[in-house]
Design a protein around this ligand. Structure first.
Ligand SMILES: [Zn+2]
Length: 411
């Protein structure tokens, strides 16, 4: 991996910046919230685990038998593809998982944040519920389409469906990444950044790092008096490569801090993290689908050799359910680990591009204060995150300052 412009001269003077202080009270509330949310999550998982066996015996087995013996659900527009039967199985699974997910989300996303006054806790229950239904409704539809298209492809291309599907999903994801800066965000206006001084600073930053970002956009809330959460995003590639900055970032951050945040996004751009992530996702998806392909052959063998197809369906459902959970969890962990490495290198790039350690640290602390980001995480908690904790990023900045001082002493 490239390490950015290690030899470049500082492109800004280090402005005398005040040191941003972490909000201690807010951190205490956040830590209590995390502890209690983890405990309740474990309790919910325990209850779900205890309910698993009775649910399988009294719900899954009878429902599976009903689905496979209902004639109209066996409709096949293409030989070997049963869209209605798949829909019925899918709904059965999502109702059970949806109930559990709703309890998780209600607790962690609504009740506890309000109690501990963290993370958008001002949202009303109706607003929270609307948002939850919108997000999960979209997710439900997305996964239904993925499942139906995979099973249709299995019917048409039984031997190479896993390869075609991995290619198709990767092409769609790549196109989505390319077009993402042009999307209309819900409740958010996207306009070109007009602050001339800031645009000049950012263009100079790009030129100094021999890279080109086509557009800088401002994201503003459509609701008067409201701000979009302080943040910046890299989106698109090639002609659509853009950095999007929120009005929350422009309101609360100094220019040197905004520059650090943008330099971080620029680091993702220079190291081509979006494309590399797509390649990694393609590889993992290919492996995942191939393992399902192997499992599918096992399932076919089981059905053909079983005297009781309904039992075979139940066993296959459980087998695929367990396989999906194991694969999703392990690949999710692999993706998270890779994202955290990307974040480290983007931070390193930001420090090398600006040489402004204080501005970088201030930006991280402001992000933590404004967005309810915990300062410290345990190693286990950190593994579940896409971004390092604020403390890890501050330590990284301090280590960079030591390295820089040593390099200057040598020269
Ligand atoms: Zn990042």
């Amino acid at each position: 991996m490239s390490e950015g412009n290690a030899q470049a001269e500082p492109i800004i003077s280090v402005a005398p910046a005040e040191q941003v202080k972490i909000n201690e009270q807010q951190q205490q509330r956040l830590q209590r919230y995390i502890r209690v949310a983890t405990l309740y999550n474990l309790l919910l998982l325990l209850v779900a685990g205890l309910l698993l066996v009775p649910v399988i015996i009294f719900v899954v087995i009878p429902a599976t038998f009903t689905i496979v013996t209902t004639a109209w659900l066996a409709f096949q527009p293409v030989p070997g593809w049963y869209p209605l039967r798949i829909l019925a199985f899918y709904l059965m699974g999502t109702v059970a998982i949806g109930c559990l997910l709703f309890l998780f989300s209600l607790l962690v996303g609504y009740i506890l944040p309000r109690h501990y006054k963290v993370r958008a806790s001002t949202r009303t229950f109706a607003a929270w519920l609307r948002r939850w239904l919108r997000i999960n409704g979209r997710r439900l539809l997305h996964w239904l389409l993925v499942l139906q298209s995979c099973l249709l492809c299995i019917a048409i291309q039984p031997n190479l469906w896993w390869l075609w599907m991995a290619l198709l999903f990767t092409c769609i994801a790549t196109l989505q990444t390319y077009l993402s800066p042009l999307y209309a965000f819900r409740g958010v206006k996207r306009t070109p950044l007009t602050d001339e001084r800031l645009v000049n600073v950012l263009n100079t930053l790009c030129k100094a790092n021999k890279t080109n970002i086509q557009h800088f956009f401002l994201l503003e809330s459509k609701k008067p008096g409201q701000l979009v959460r302080a943040n910046a995003y890299l989106a698109g590639w090639g002609k659509t490569s853009s950095i999007l900055l929120t009005d929350g970032l422009l309101k609360y951050f100094q220019h040197t801090e905004i520059k650090s945040v943008v330099a971080h996004e620029l680091g993702h751009h220079v190291h081509r993290h979006l494309i590399k992530r797509q390649l990694l996702n393609f590889g993992l998806l290919l492996a995942e689908l191939f393992l399902y392909y192997m499992g599918y052959h096992w399932f076919q063998f089981l059905v053909s050799s079983s005297s009781s197809p309904s039992n075979a369906e139940v066993i296959a459902l459980l087998f695929f359910g367990c396989l999906a959970v194991c694969l999703r969890l392990s690949f999710w962990q692999a993706r998270r680990g890779y994202r955290r490495k990307n974040e480290f290198w983007a931070d390193e790039f930001a420090l090398r591009a600006t040489y402004d350690v204080q501005a970088f640290k201030n930006a991280m602390l402001r992000l933590g204060n404004l967005n309810d980001i915990p300062l410290k995480l345990t190693p286990r908690q950190e593994k579940g995150q896409t971004h390092p904790s604020t403390m890890s990023r501050l330590q990284h900045a301090d280590e960079f300052a030591i390295r820089l001082a040593q390099a200057r002493r040598v020269t």
